[in-house]
Each structure stands twice: as structure tokens, then as C-alpha cells.
Design a binder for this molecule. Sequence first.
Ligand SMILES: Cc1ncc(COP(=O)(O)O)c(C=O)c1O
Length: 378
Amino acid sequence: MAQTTRAASIFSDPALKRHLFYETSHSPALVDLVGYENARQIVDFCFIANPYYPTPEMLADLQHNLPSLIKSYPSSSSLSSQQNLAAVLHVNPQNLIIGNGATELIVLINTLLIDRIAVPIPTFGEYIEKLKDQRDAELYVLDPDRRYELRLPDYFDWVHQHNVKAALVINPGNPTGQFLPLDAMIDFLQRATDLELVIVDESFIDFAGDPIPTLLPFADRFSNLLIVRSMSKHCGVPGLRLGYCYSANLYLLNRLRRFIPTWNLNTLAQYFVSLLPSTDAAYHEGRKRLIGDVRWLQTALAAIPAIDVYPTGANFVLFKITNGMTAPDLQMRLLEEHRMYVRDCSNKVGMDQLHIRVAAQGREKDARLAEALRVLLQ
Ligand SMILES: Cc1ncc(COP(=O)(O)O)c(C=O)c1O
């Protein structure tokens, strides 16, 4: 009872800033919706971040170093961060660019390297919204009746029919979670050598299997390939703003590098990257644990009759509501009645009003989410 009263005081208007849902194609941050204090009382299944990394020891280390990091300027050379990252990715540091989140790199790629680009939709909005002109995106509309599944051979034919010279593939897809196996991706790239640029966003690939089915070890074969990855998701640090891109093509990378702001990585982010090599074993342990959690969450959600759960290779699950309730309604009821924040996907271009995306947040929280959904949808 005490809990219900507290929930009502947090979410009664004007405390919950509902208008924010209509002002952006991204989900509003919890702190914007309800303030810093209240945000702590809500479980965030909306933003996607690995709950098992950084480890508690790493967080304590960051905390311990925070005062001196805040009072220092970051390194103006990204080389040592590139070396630390390259050590865990087993790639050449020269072929990496680290950005202030993958979003910084996506904006640069879109504005510097792209005239027209094929984009399967629904997708992560920045790939369309941050083009020089949004009409430069040739939208390849995925079919809701086929669970928005991307079929690479059909996409390849469509790109060529439309005479587009750049193409995007997000693998696993966001928001669908669809995983395209490595051999299918390599086959696509082998056929697509006439394209000027193929962007493969692998922000969620670390959760697609073990060993990780990434294109990184094969990237040197394809000079038109640019791999983009957000560290928010797989390293669990959305607030630090870290992401990277990798290509064998140094000319392509140099065109981007010229426009990377000096000090684009802050000191806390650089310090975090310096911890990657010594904590790599813990990272992979957490990664595999999370893969198990996602399988568990999928099964728990699939047991709820009023939803259709989509297959996923990412650390989140997309589902469709089948009992007539809409995604915005379900999102609001979870927030107000259960203090759980999920992603209503209805503002994504090409998506209907019936899809919710939830990021796995560890077995105990995931179980609470499944139970809340069962109650709300019965
Ligand atoms: C597919 C994909 N790429 C890139 C990003 C950008 O991530 P960030 O800027 O936090 O690194 C996101 C964020 O949701 C995403 O879903």
C-alpha cells in the first residue's frame, strides 16, 4: 500500500513529463521524465546496456579516480585508447576510430561519406535523421507480416535495382533483434563489392553467440566495409559515450578522422577504456551470462498468451502485443503501475503501434518484468 502511494506521487502529473514522448524519435531519458531521484526507483528496460559490466570492482576504481579525472584534461591523442581497445578486439589499432558514442561517428559517416544510402526500416533513427538531407535515405521497408525480417538476397537485389551505392545492415537488427549469420554476411559482402560503402552496425553482435560472430576478422577482405559499434550496449556504459568504427580502408578512416573533435573522449571514458585489457575475462563471463538471461527472458515472455515474441540475437527482445492493447498504453501502465520503463517502438519509422522492446537486465528484474506483463495482458 505504501508503495502504491509513493508511485502515485512520482507519476502524478506534472511529475511525469509525458509530452517528452512526443518530442523525440528516441525514448526520453528516465531522468528527464521523472527527475534524478525518482529515476532510481524505476527499472530501465528501455535503454539497452549490459548489466554485468563494468564489474563492481571497475566501478569502484572509476569512483576512486573520479576527482582527479574530472580535474584533468583528456589526452589529445586517441592512440593509447585505440591500443587498449584493439587489444581486446584483436585488431590493428590504426584501423579503429573511437567516438563520443557511436552516434558521433554515425553523424560524421552520414555527412562526410554518404550521398544516398539504402536503409532497411524500422531501424535506429540516427542513420536516417542525421543525413545531410533525410531524402538521401532510400528506405527499404520490411514487412510487418514477416516480423520485419531482413532477407539479405532480396535486399541486395533491391539496392542494385535502385542504383544506390551505399547500404546499411544492422546485425543483430535494432529494434527487431534479428541475427544474420556470419556466412550470410560474408556472402552479402562478396556480392556487394561494387558498392562504395557498406556500413555494418554490430552494436549487439557480442550477444549473438560464442565465439562472437563478428565480421572484424574478415574486414580486411572488404575495402568498402565500415563496421560501427556502440560500447553503450556491449560494455554497459551509455553514460560514458563510447563507440567505435573499424575498416581496413585507411583512406575512408582518414576522411572521418579529420573531423573528429580534439578531446572527443572525456577522461572518465579514456580511463574506462584503459581497464578493458585487464578485465577482458570478466567481460566475456558477463557477456555469456547475459546471453543465457536473454534466452530465459524470451522463454518467459513466450509463455504469455497475449504477446508474440520475435527471435533475437541481441541483448533485448522485441514482441508484438496481440490482445488489442497498444504499445504506448502498455508502456505507460508498466511505468505507472510497476515502475518499469520499456521501449514503445511505435515512433520508429516503418513500425506499427503494437511493438515493445525490452533489454535484459538480469534474471531477477527480468522475472519481475515477465510477471508484470502477464498481469497487465491477461
Ligand atoms: C544499432 C545502434 N547503433 C548505434 C547506436 C548508438 O549508440 P551510442 O551512441 O550510445 O554509442 C545505437 C543506440 O541505440 C544503436 O541501436
